[in-house]
Design a protein around this ligand. Structure first.
Ligand SMILES: [Fe+2]
Ligand SMILES: [Fe+2]
Length: 183
């Protein structure tokens, strides 16, 4: 059995940027495939939530870290802008899916169109002459970027976990010790 990816620990052993981003693509493709086969509404709901959460994290780390580095290194404005516009389209659909449920008549259509959008987008990123191959040909530091992506990804995944089970007020970690008591 292959070793587990170490995407969570930013440090030695962290995959390079492209390996990390491609692994995200494969994960989401797998979930889209499972969604297609699923019969049960709960399962569909669970998979849709997983897909939406993963895509939100993925598009965020690309937009915050990878895309700016790509634009900087290659000056490939057309490729960069098209990718961002495609992200915006996907995010609108993600928001609609999150606001809907398997009871909604359009739920499956929305997930299926999102799947097609992502398939197209991934092809643009991974395909010949696409963003990833141009990144490999550039002087981008893909190892360093991989570490940054992994760190930010872990942070964002932590945030969405916290959102799931709201910690009791005052019970969680305090954000800062700014508030001092007088006296
Ligand atoms: Fe991507
Ligand atoms: Fe992307």
């Amino acid at each position: 059995m292959a070793r587990a990816k170490q995407a969570k620990s930013a440090g030695a052993g962290t995959p390079d940027a492209i390996t990390l981003l491609k692994a995200d693509h494969r994960q989401v493709e797998d979930w889209f495939g499972q969604f297609e086969k699923a019969r049960d509404a709960n399962k569909k709901q669970m998979l849709a939530t997983q897909i939406c959460n993963a895509l939100k994290v993925h598009t965020t780390i690309e937009e915050e870290i990878f895309y700016p580095a790509f634009l900087d290194a290659t000056e490939e404005k057309d490729i960069h802008h098209e990718a961002e516009v495609e992200h915006d389209g996907a995010k609108k659909l993600i928001a609609e899916i999150e606001a809907s449920s398997p009871d909604d008549d359009y739920f499956e259509a929305k997930v299926s169109v999102l799947s097609e959008m992502i398939k197209h987008h991934v092809k643009e990123e991974e395909g010949p002459g696409g963003m990833f191959s141009k990144s490999r040909d550039s002087d981008m530091d893909l190892d360093e970027l991989g570490q940054q992506l992994a760190a930010r990804k872990a942070e964002l995944e932590g945030e969405s976990d916290e959102g799931l089970d709201e910690p009791p007020p005052g019970g969680g970690k305090s954000r800062s010790s700014e508030r001092r008591q007088h006296g």
